[in-house]
Design a protein around this ligand. Structure first.
Ligand SMILES: NC(=O)c1ccc[n+]([C@@H]2O[C@H](COP(=O)([O-])OP(=O)(O)OC[C@H]3O[C@@H](n4cnc5c(N)ncnc54)[C@H](O)[C@@H]3O)[C@@H](O)[C@H]2O)c1
Ligand SMILES: [Zn+2]
Length: 357
């Protein structure tokens, strides 16, 4: 099945679709020099026949797995390799791996000879439901994450839910946190489906995962296409993330992104209820579903409130020195008041943080 994201490029989400990578690559990238740029660990699984398809026989470049590779040094090394191999304007790139592969290989594709086409092959749940759609590519610098990059849409996204069977548990659960966010911001029915199918999702049942990936991609694509350059409603994708980013910074990234998002969703729902924006009971349902998915809803260790507040004060949504949040009004619905973000008083933020401490 093709989920048409943005009406521009196809998103194939289908068990077994990875087996058709060669023909999809020819269809969307053409017959020029195709290079797979892959996360080294995922590439090893692929070549060992553990990713639900035969090994990749074409050209490939790998990078060490992990966020540490998402930098300009790797971007330059990979770009130079393509130049040495004489890849021309008719070349194309296949990005294989999690969000790091998509962002890094996507940025190589965005800049190589001023831009060549690429296909996203997301293999982590986070990449499947979030990072592979939206057209953001880029790398980290020592000044912070994702500070250098470009908008470059893929020619296609090829997502095979079966590849998720080898994903480490912590990464898998982290991806579920983003799916919970999608239900909360846009679709009460989808949220209810996750509540009912939590068992199947935890078992990584293929059918359940296919539905999850499709629905999440549809939601992200719909929000992004309505607001590509992030001026208004796209802020709702930031639900839970104002607190999450502060938690990641204050714990020096000891919490994974998904764990931070889980805690952030709970705290921001509490804030929304306390400010009278969200219906009572919103936080309770969100928190129960996250817990069911094995995600944290309370901090295991004490985190300095002051450190969290100062990290939030640097958030790019802020206006006139007030910390702003994208807040839900109910499950499946975000508050559109004040241009999709609400300024909150420090005392309200402190008591919301108390609910996760
Ligand atoms: N561009 C965007 O819109 C966007 C959105 C969200 C996140 N991101 C970025 O995505 C990155 C995080 O993505 P991530 O969580 O996928 O991290 P990741 O790419 O590092 O993957 C997580 C881990 O899972 C492993 N892995 C991936 N697929 C696997 C599989 N099928 N089997 C076994 N192991 C597998 C990887 O080797 C890695 O160790 C961050 O850099 C973040 O900034 C980008
Ligand atoms: Zn996120």
């Amino acid at each position: 099945m093709v989920t048409h994201a943005l009406g521009r490029y196809p998103v194939y989400i289908e068990p077994g679709v990875l087996g058709r990578l060669e023909s999809l690559s020819e269809e969307h990238l053409g017959r020029g020099h195709i290079t797979m740029i892959a996360d080294g660990a995922v590439h090893d699984l692929l070549q060992a026949g553990r990713l639900a398809r035969p090994r990749w026989e074409g050209d490939a470049v790998t990078f060490p797995a992990g966020e540490g590779s998402k930098n300009r040094k790797e971007w330059a090394r990979i770009t130079d390799l393509l130049l040495e191999r004489g890849v021309g304007r008719d070349g194309g790139i296949i990005a294989l791996g999690g969000g790091v592969a998509g962002d890094l290989a996507g940025f190589v594709a965005a800049t190589y000879l001023r831009g060549i086409p690429f296909i996203q092959v997301p293999t982590s749940l986070l990449a499947m439901v979030d990072a592979s759609v939206g057209g953001k590519t880029g790398v980290d610098t020592r000044h912070g994450k994702n500070l250098v990059g470009a908008f470059h849409h893929p020619a296609a996204v090829v997502a095979d839910p079966r590849v998720l069977l080898t994903l480490p548990e912590r990464d898998y659960r982290g991806g579920l946190a983003e799916a919970v966010k999608h239900g909360l911001i846009a679709d009460a029915e989808y949220f209810g489906w996750m509540e009912r199918e939590a068992g199947a999702l935890l078992r990584r049942d293929t059918e359940a995962l296919t539905h999850l990936a499709r629905r999440s991609v549809e939601i992200k694509a719909e929000v992004v296409s309505a607001d590509e350059r992030e001026t208004g409603r796209r802020a709702i994708l930031n639900a839970g993330h104002t607190v999450a980013h502060a938690l990641e910074q204050a714990t020096a990234f000891e919490l994974s992104h998904g764990e931070a998002v889980s805690l952030g969703l709970v705290a921001e729902c509490a804030l929304a209820e306390a400010m009278g924006v969200a219906a009572a009971g919103t936080r309770g349902r969100v928190s129960s579903l996250l817990e069911r998915f094995g995600l944290p809803v309370r901090l295991a260790k004490r985190v300095e409130e002051a450190a969290l507040l100062s990290a939030m004060a640097r958030d790019k949504k802020n206006r006139r020195a007030r910390i702003r949040f994208a807040l839900p009004s109910a499950i499946g619905c975000m508050s559109a008041e004040a241009g999709w973000t609400h300024a909150a008083e420090e005392v309200a933020i402190r008591s919301a943080l108390a609910t996760i401490s």
